[in-house]
Unconditional design. Structure first.
Length: 141
């Protein structure tokens, strides 16, 4: 695993063997930093996918915390288009904190996500830990 970039909010790393670009949040970012950092990860993805044709994406959001309404709105209205249509991502894994599982019916989330990502021709799965996410990414083509 090689570091692509890191700051106080997130670390972005590349595992060339899978290949997967991973970003792991260190903490809940202040207003504006979530979008700024996610776009930075996306820029690196767009550069790296030239060398890694089947580059996958892993988002570890266990320490991300709550997003602002503005960031949530941006995720819904713009992010999917940027990631799946413009960047062409096909395999996406997300690690959610256990609090999310306790607070939200996971099956409903996975079903709605599966349909949405299927519309983009992409596969997405949600995990509680990195080990399971990596094992899934290795198998996913």
């Amino acid at each position: 695993m090689s570091k692509v970039f890191e700051n106080q909010f997130v670390i972005c790393e590349l595992d060339e063997a899978i290949p997967v670009l991973t970003h792991t949040w260190h903490c809940e970012p202040p207003e504006g930093e979530f979008k700024k950092n996610l776009l930075q990860v996306l820029d690196h993805y767009n550069q790296l996918k030239i060398s890694y044709k089947n580059l996958k994406w892993l988002a570890d959001t266990q320490l991300l915390g709550e997003l602002s309404e503005e960031d949530e709105e941006w995720l819904v209205t713009e992010w999917d288009h940027l990631l799946f249509e413009e960047a062409g991502l096909k395999v996406h894994a997300v690690i959610l904190g256990e609090d999310f599982y306790a607070d939200y019916p996971m099956e409903k989330f996975k079903q709605s996500s599966a349909k949405k990502f299927n519309d983009f021709g992409a596969t997405m799965e949600v995990f509680l830990n990195k080990e399971n996410a990596i094992n899934w990414l290795i198998k996913e083509r």
